[in-house]
Design a protein around this ligand. Structure first.
Ligand code: NAD
Length: 492
């Protein structure tokens, strides 16, 4: 059994109580690592360390170029350790090694990009309408930033937060999911090796109710960047606003994936499969509602089912596997529960619909790729996030109807559609209420391109140049060059 420690103030520590909890391998359903069970005291120590590192010591004295250099060095170390980190993530969350390795090889780009941005954070000189006054702005860091991440892509979702936060000059406390803490603790060793001063980056492992809530309410925390469920996001938002912390929330989705009759059909089939069965459907951007134009509905569905049927389930560490297990037993139960709900609502199960029966899947937390036809958009299976390999198929007749169904959800994280008509591309991409719209592609993510939700899918955007503003605040400095102060009783 692998054992891990937390990084607080540059020291590798157990929790103050010495308690641990086990991390499980979803493929075999067995524990493989022991993680420190951090508590309120540990969370407070980490925030205080980050606060000290922000206000004194070497970090605030570094130039912006020095910070950029450290971030780029960290990017190099991640690249060197990509295979090892990807294997840890796959062992912990059961997502395919192909997927995690792709992510780990790509993650350095966040540190290079925001490292490059560190010394391009400029203020402005305002041509102010006051005589004998010089006015300029500075963009200053916020202080201690907290990153709370879910289990599906721990280091990628951390990079969205950590890279801009450090580039802007903040310090950071990370709290990974209790289901997948190991990769963040391994990653912390690389942050240390890159040469960041003690306390600039801290990791506290543990549970939401104590570690998470302490981080969300601590008076020295200036900003919380969260990715996770809508329910937890709401709790964090409500708590954080009481002390006016800045918050970005990346929450769930029920993304529509629309196929018009004029689409390039084989590409659309591949897109639809990648939208829902990649990562075993455990992605916030999963294209879980398939809207198909009625005149191609049956023929298109036949092709999707035929391809989904060939998906090889198995060991996520094997590069031949196409669908791995889901990450946790509660997630398995939740998905099976939604399959029952869909049946009870009258949806017709055309593929899968349960756990695979073959003996090699007996220990792992597997669910078959599942497709429901005859879904109406007001059914729970079409409205609630399943976060698993379950596709709901809804027919439509006109473009207007497709847009109406697509937008008829509380979520608005992502959407995709397939068509060859350029005028339709412009119309539909403008009408869809979602933070990201993919046309003739799906699940494309870049450090350069903003990601975030409309409606209940979140607040704010991560990635892209503007996201550095999430970690900055503007100060306006006015300097009088006048020889004397005028009438003190009126506003100047
Ligand atoms: P979750 O909300 O249960 O947990 C996420 C994190 O929040 C974990 O680290 C957890 O320990 C912590 N947490 C739990 N309760 C807390 C509290 N009261 N205070 C502070 N922290 C607390 O989510 P999950 O089940 O780990 O992840 C799945 C969810 O994440 C899905 O709903 C999915 O849509 C969403 N997600 C969104 C995105 C995105 O970019 N929008 C990306 C990935 C996942």
């Amino acid at each position: 059994m692998q054992t891990y420690k937390m990084l607080i103030d540059g020291k590798w520590e157990d929790s103050t109580t010495g308690e641990t909890f086990a991390s499980h391998n979803p493929f075999i359903g067995k524990p493989w690592a022991l993680i420190p069970k951090g508590n309120r005291d540990d969370a407070e120590r980490a925030v205080e360390a980050a606060h000290r590192a922000f206000t004194s010591g070497p970090w605030p004295r570094l130039t912006a170029s020095d910070r950029g250099h450290l971030l780029r060095k960290l990017g190099d170390l991640i690249a060197e350790n990509a295979e090892r980190l990807a294997t840890i993530e796959t062992t912990d969350n059961g997502k395919l090694i192909n997927e995690m390795l792709f992510q780990l090889k790509y993650i350095p780009q966040w540190y290079y990009y925001f490292g490059g941005l560190a010394d391009k954070i400029e203020g402005t000189v305002i041509p102010i309408d006051k005589p004998e006054t010089f006015n300029f702005t500075r963009n200053e860091p916020l202080g201690v930033c907290v990153g709370i991440t879910p289990w599906n892509s721990p280091l990628l979702l951390l990079a969205y937060k950590l890279a801009p936060a450090l580039a802007a000059g903040n310090t950071f406390v990370a709290k990974p999911s209790e289901f997948t803490s190991a990769s963040t603790l391994e990653f912390a060793k690389l942050v240390e090796r890159a040469g960041f001063p003690a306390g600039v980056f801290n990791v506290v492992t543990g549970f939401g109710a104590d570690v998470g809530e302490t981080l969300t309410t601590h008076r020295h925390v200036a900003k919380i960047a969260f990715t996770g469920s809508e329910a937890t996001g709401r709790k964090i938002g409500e708590l954080a606003v009481r002390s006016f912390k800045k918050v970005t929330l990346e929450l769930g989705g029920k993304s529509p994936h629309i196929v018009f009759a004029d689409a390039e059909i084989n590409n659309a089939v591949n897109g639809v499969i990648s939208g829902i069965f990649a990562a075993t459907g455990q992605t916030c951007i999963a294209g879980s509602r398939l809207l198909v134009e009625r005149k191609i509905h049956d023929q298109f569905l036949e092709k999707v089912i035929a391809l989904a049927r060939t998906a090889r389930m198995g060991d996520p560490l094997s590069t031949a596997t196409q669908v791995g297990p889901v990450t946790t037993p509660p997630q398995l139960e939740k998905i099976l529960g939604y399959i029952d709900i869909a049946r009870a609502e009258g949806a017709e199960c055309l593929l899968g619909g349960g756990r695979p029966s073959a003996p090699e899947f007996a220990d792992g937390w597997f669910v078959e790729p599942t497709i429901f036809a005859g879904v109406r958009n007001d059914m729970r299976i079409a409205q609630e996030e399943v976060f698993g390999p379950v596709l709901s198929v809804i027919p439509f007749d006109t473009e207007e109807e497709a847009i109406q169904i697509a937008n008829d959800t509380v979520y608005g994280l992502a959407a995709g559609f397939w068509t060859q008509d350029m005028r339709r591309i412009l119309r539909v991409s403008s009408a869809i209420q979602a933070g990201t719209v993919w046309v003739n592609t799906y699940r494309t993510i870049s450090y350069m391109s903003p990601l975030g939700g409309y409606k209940h899918s979140g607040i704010g955007r991560e990635n892209g140049m503007a996201s550095i503003q999430n970690y900055l605040q503007t100060k306006s400095v006015m300097i009088s060059t006048a020889d004397s102060v005028a009438n003190p009783f009126i506003m100047r």
